[in-house]
Ligand binder design. Structure first.
Ligand code: MN
Length: 315
């Protein structure tokens, strides 16, 4: 359900991974409105001035879409490389099909995590039987040099560990919080958690050597004197032992964080790498229909990759 990157999100150059914090800060930046398979999404990451938060490099918030709007139409077969896709629903259902042969429905509270490595392809389709509101987020995690040319993989986690936060609950999608460790794969020091807050103050333990950010899915929180609502990325820097969040109402948000990523990244369409030449090669390999990215078995239309801009050899 996440969509291709466009040059509006991040120009095709090797960019600094942001200004990984020497300090705690609160920077609230608006998401960019983008369209994915006919649905409007709020793209919280990347931002021109903030490409990564830890290894998190992409976040598309879709919905809520009311039941009578028909729900998302799905997204046909498309490739990925050099990243993990992390799919998390607040409401609704999707079916994931990939070139590894996986066919997996996902529902709220469950995690789909696909590792692209050198290449994988997948489709995300409506189940055809669900009737109701749809609401979710898909994120990408950049793979480090040590694994990004490795094998593709897919994981589905039907249950994830939870941590009580006063009256609220944190569900640990990736990494660890307060001793609760997600079974999901991670290739770098990383955390991702869904926070369900009933309103009032919540103290969320975090690692001081991680940088962190918040994406509010519904409701709103105050952090460091700033109010954060859906349609924004709140970057919080590092050097914190806890986040103090004050929810003005019942609120769902995603906390993402990690050790500042090892290198600048290049992103083009559905690919993450380190150079424009890698993007051009992946584009050609997908569009030629070769074996690198495999076949999903989806009946939806296969997407075609746009040519990366700029001369060969440029970064
Ligand atoms: Mn995808």
């Amino acid at each position: 359900m996440s969509g291709p990157m466009s040059p509006d999100d991040a120009p095709l150059d090797r960019s600094e991974g942001g200004r990984p914090g020497g300090e705690a800060t609160v920077e609230v930046s608006p998401s960019r409105e983008a369209e994915v398979a006919g649905n409007r999404v709020r793209r919280a990451l990347p931002q021109r001035h903030r490409r990564t938060v830890g290894a998190w490099c992409f976040a598309d918030h879709l919905g809520p879409i009311a039941a009578d709007d028909g729900g998302p139409g799905g997204i046909g077969p498309h490739p990925h490389m050099g990243l993990h896709t992390v799919t998390w629903l607040v409401a609704g259902e999707l079916v994931h099909r990939d070139s590894l042969g996986s066919e997996q429905a996902i529902r709220p509270g469950q995690l789909n995590l696909m590792t692209a490595g050198r290449g994988v392809s997948h489709a995300e389709e409506p189940t055809g039987r669900y009737r109701g509101e749809f609401h979710g987020i898909q994120l990408w995690v950049a793979q480090p040099e040590s694994t990004r040319w490795g094998a593709a993989a897919f994981e589905h986690h039907p249950m994830l560990p939870e941590v009580g936060l006063g009256g609220g609950v944190a569900t640990v999608l990736v990494g660890e919080m307060a001793g609760a460790r997600s079974p999901a794969r991670r290739d770098t020091a990383l955390v991702g958690a869904d926070l369900a807050l009933p309103g009032g103050e919540a103290v969320v333990p975090v690692a001081p050597d991680f940088e962190h950010a918040l994406v509010v899915l519904e409701g709103g929180v105050e952090v460091g004197g700033r109010v954060v609502t859906p349609g924004a990325l709140a970057y919080l820097g590092s050097h914190r032992e806890a986040l103090v969040l004050t929810a003005g109402e019942a609120t769902r948000l995603l906390l993402i964080g990690g050790a500042p990523f090892e290198s600048p990244i290049t992103m083009w369409w559905n690919f993450v790498g380190r150079s424009r030449d890698e993007m051009a090669e992946a584009t050609a390999d997908w569009n030629s229909g070769g074996t690198r990215f495999g076949e999903t078995g989806s009946s939806m239309d296969r997407m075609r990759a746009p040519q990366p801009a700029g001369p060969t050899g440029s970064r």
